[in-house]
Design a protein around this ligand. Structure first.
Ligand SMILES: Cc1cc2nc3c(=O)[nH]c(=O)nc-3n(C[C@H](O)[C@H](O)[C@H](O)COP(=O)(O)OP(=O)(O)OC[C@H]3O[C@@H](n4cnc5c(N)ncnc54)[C@H](O)[C@@H]3O)c2cc1C
Length: 806
């Protein structure tokens, strides 16, 4: 083994091998993979090798497409067969709700170029004759599903990497990692040490243990997973035009199937899933299997035997029970880790044969170019913070595993690990019959029911029982005043003599003057949006940055990369400051009764921010608006929040102050065409495209992304965020619906809501810039139907902005 390498990749499963290959492909040749045992000896060797493109996140779906399309190229480079079987796949729906899910998956696939086809039960039967038609209502066909040989794929990556210059060392275990002061690493193994500039943790089943070597507790957990292979089924004949049975998913039975050696391979994500090695993975576990537990999967098998009777009549040739890892949301954990220089992860990959290629591509680009080259937010390791503890991960992974093939409705909140994080007014909100949502472990009110009995939401694709209550909340804001808990934002305090200069370098807008607020995008060097912040400046050398809490680690990683001089101090204050917002035409009168400061527009205009006493409570008050109405955000330290809540409630009584939740807020911001992070603002869009051009100050001097932002301003960018009103019936857009124009798919929806004030179904979405001025011809595919959409030339509510500035 060499004693120095530019990169050491730890782990020779499918993911580590893919990272190694992609690094060589990107031009880094001095790369070394260290494997404890033989290649594939983690979860890879016993995988069923199934692959598919459909994923809830379109960006992950794109990477899955890339992975599947890569296999032929790998075979050509390496001469190693991947055992590629593109059989095509059928997803069977047993309920109308599942059929709606398939319709939506098909629609989302449209702008990704996926050729998904909805088919009838009898068409499905022709493709998969083993099924009993009576259990199903429809199906979807995907031509590029199939399966591969896990050994073949891993070795094809490995050989291709070696051809590209990489070295692979087997039977060598990394036992420790020591960071040097210059940010490089000593990789300590049981066969000598290697000095590396970069380390990649692709430790799969042991990724958690490798993380612990550097003080990192990664939110991953291995679950036991079983599949069976039946004996040869003599009557099994391929459907017309096919060489073997198709890959099949039966959502109701929570099973997947494919042909294997003349019999059928049947795998299940059972509801009673069991974690494996929940706290520490044994190092002596290798190419072992776990004892079978057919009892555990019996309920799924019962369904399978009813839905596919021949399976019940077939003998069992083999049972495989093996562990593999999951993150709490089931997506991979990829990228650089905050606080650790040159330390990268590529783990928690639960579908290595659909996702391994995409993970390797994204990570290698990130390492070589400093940017993953695609929107990888859904699998960025930074989406989890310290709040994702071992026990939290355990609860969420088990929940996610048991629901793998169940529908997650857009308004469905999952119960595991809750309530975990609550603010001091949680019980007050409960007493008002709040229906809570979970956001990074925080409980936050989604909407308020009139009684305890009604404080539960039916899960549906369509408008739910919450609709009319949300309407009442919106009306309260628009007519008088409403109150919203706003604690779950990400908050940073930046102080010191260099604070203004550092923020100006980091952010695209100018920093505000004392007592003012500025909205600002944060751009990367390519001029793409990597954050949107509200900067508040209470004093000369003190700033509060308010952004998205889910992106706290993502932001911190960026701030670290562009570290400030010693005359700036940065502190996260997300949980130290909690807040309440009041909004509506009577919000000023309400607050004026509680503060000594003059709140008139002359003295405290829109976008002001000031330290004020609210009654006896020391607070920071900002006059900002995400509802589009006159409004104030009031920030206090946690110990004052209950008092603030009670004070505002009492003072709000004469105005009919009504609590409102996240649903009403979403409706009102969509009525105003206001975008939000991870929806309208993502690292694939430029500020002109996202309609944020007015927040880019190209005249203030240099800042990160300025050159690219200037170029985008000159070119106009390729896309444009536009607003639509849709001829909807009982369902509104959720995001990711295709936008059609003159019979062609031209874009996608990013957010949708029913606009209760304007009484129209609304959506925001991206279309090519040339079409952003088209006045007719738009349709949006909603619940499988193309519905006429009117492009709005101005926000649906208060286009002049007079209400929030009043
Ligand atoms: C029963 C079963 C069926 C499955 N079916 C499918 C399927 O149909 N389709 C699909 O896409 N996925 C499937 N999977 C999941 C798939 O196996 C995983 O997504 C994939 O194997 C993850 O690969 P990996 O490289 O991340 O991890 P692993 O395969 O676990 O590889 C990690 C490697 O790192 C090595 N390592 C760890 N620590 C060290 C160290 N300190 N020093 C040196 N080496 C180290 C290990 O020895 C191991 O070889 C299945 C899994 C199971 C268990």
């Amino acid at each position: 083994m060499k004693s120095a390498a530019r990169v050491v990749v730890i782990g020779g499963g499918v993911v580590g091998a893919s990272v190694l290959f992609h690094l060589t492909k990107a031009g880094w040749k001095d790369v070394l993979l260290i494997e404890r045992d033989e290649l594939t000896s983690g979860s890879t060797w016993h995988a069923a090798g199934g692959m598919h493109t459909v994923n809830g996140d379109p960006n992950v779906a794109k990477l899955q497409q890339y992975t599947i399309n890569l296999y032929k190229e790998l075979e050509q480079i390496s001469g190693q067969s991947c055992g590629l079987h593109i059989t095509g796949g059928v997803m069977l729906a047993g309920t109308p709700e599942r059929m709606d899910w398939l319709r939506m998956a098909k629609a989302r696939g449209r702008y990704l170029g996926m050729e998904l086809e909805l088919i009838s039960v009898s068409e499905a039967k022709k493709l998969f004759p083993l099924m009993e038609e009576k259990h199903f209502v429809g199906a979807m066909y995907d031509p590029i599903e199939g399966h591969v040989d896990p050994y073949g794929v891993t070795h094809a990556y490995a050989k291709s990497a070696q051809i590209g210059g990489a070295e692979i060392v087997r039977h060598t275990r990394v036992v420790d990692l020591k960071a040097r002061l210059d940010g490089t690493w000593d990789v300590i193994t049981d066969h000598g040490n290697v000095h590396a500039e970069h380390v990649v943790n692709a430790g799969g089943l042991w990724a958690r243990e490798v993380g612990r070597m550097v003080g990192l507790e990664l939110p991953i957990l291995a679950m036991e997973h079983q599949y069976l292979i039946t004996e040869k089924i003599p009557t099994l004949t391929p459907p017309p035009g096919k060489k073997e049975q198709l890959h099949v998913i039966d959502f109701e039975g929570e099973i997947y199937m494919r042909e294997e050696r003349g019999g059928m391979l049947i795998g299940t994500y059972e509801r009673a899933g069991v974690p494996w090695s929940p706290t520490a993975t044994p190092w002596d576990f290798g190419q072992n299997l776990l004892p079978n537990d057919l009892e555990r999967i019996a309920p799924s098998l019962d369904v399978a035997f009813q839905h596919f009777p021949i399976l019940g009549e077939s003998g069992l040739a083999k049972v495989v029970n093996g562990p593999f890892t999951f993150a709490p949301d089931g997506n991979p954990l990829v990228g650089p880790v905050k606080g650790l220089k040159h330390f990268w992860v590529a783990c928690g990959v639960m579908a290595g044969f659909s996702q391994g290629g995409g993970v390797g591509l994204a990570l290698s680009r990130w390492m070589v170019d400093g940017d993953p080259g695609a929107d990888v937010w859904a699998m960025d390791v930074s989406r989890y913070g310290d709040w994702a503890t071992l026990a939290y991960t355990n609860a969420k992974v088990r929940e996610n595993y048991s629901r793998r093939f169940r529908i997650r409705f857009p308004n469905e909140e999952l119960p595991a690990a809750r309530p975990l994080r609550t603010t001091p007014i949680y019980d007050r909100l409960q007493a008002e019959h709040a229906v809570f949502g979970d956001y990074c472990g925080f409980e936050h009110p989604l909407w308020f029911a009139p009684s305890a009995a009604e404080a539960a939401e039916e899960v549906t694709w369509r408008r739910s029982n919450a609709h009319k209550h949300v309407a009442a909340e919106v009306q309260a804001v628009r007519d008088s005043v409403g109150m919203l808990e706003i604690s779950n934002y990400g908050k940073f305090e930046v102080t010191g003599p260099g604070a203004a200069g550092w923020l100006s370098h980091l952010m695209a807008n100018h920093v505000p003057s004392v007592g003012r607020v500025a909205l600002t995008p944060m751009l990367n060097e390519r001029g793409k949006l990597i954050g949107d912040f509200t900067i508040c400046r209470p004093s000369e050398q003190r700033f509060f940055l308010i952004g998205t809490y889910a992106a706290e680690s993502f932001y911190l990683r960026w701030f670290e990369r562009h570290a400030a001089q010693s005359d700036v101090s940065l502190r996260t204050v997300a949980t130290q400051y909690v807040g309440l917002s009041i909004a509506g035409p009577n919000s000023r009168a309400l607050l004026q009764g509680l503060v000594r400061d003059d709140l008139s527009t002359a003295k405290f205009p829109f976008m002001s921010f000031r330290r004020m006493d609210v009654g006896m409570i020391p607070a920071f008050v900002g006059r900002v608006s995400f509802t589009g109405d006159l409004g104030y955000e009031i920030w206090v330290t946690t110990d004052y929040q209950r008092a603030l809540f009670d004070l505002l409630k009492a003072a709000g009584q004469p105005y009919g102050l009504k609590s409102f939740g996240g649903r009403a807020l979403n409706c009102m911001r969509v009525e105003k065409s206001f975008g939000t992070w991870a929806r309208e603002y993502r690292p694939i869009y430029g500020p002109q495209e996202a309609g944020l051009g007015r927040f880019i100050d190209l005249n203030k001097g240099e800042f990160i992304g300025r050159k690219a932002a200037l170029a985008e301003k000159e070119s106009g960018g390729a896309l444009r965020l536009v607003s639509f009103a849709i001829d909807a019936s009982d369902a509104d857009c959720l995001g990711d619906e295709p936008i059609w124009h003159d019979g062609r798919v031209v874009g996608w929806v990013t957010s949708g809501a029913y606009g209760h004030t304007v009484q129209r179904s609304l959506a925001l979405g991206y279309v090519p810039v040339a079409l952003a001025v088209a006045t007719s011809g738009f349709e949006i595919e909603l619940m499988g139907e193309r519905r006429k959409a009117e492009r709005l030339t101005a926000p649906a509510f208060d286009p002049s902005g007079a209400r929030m500035r009043a």
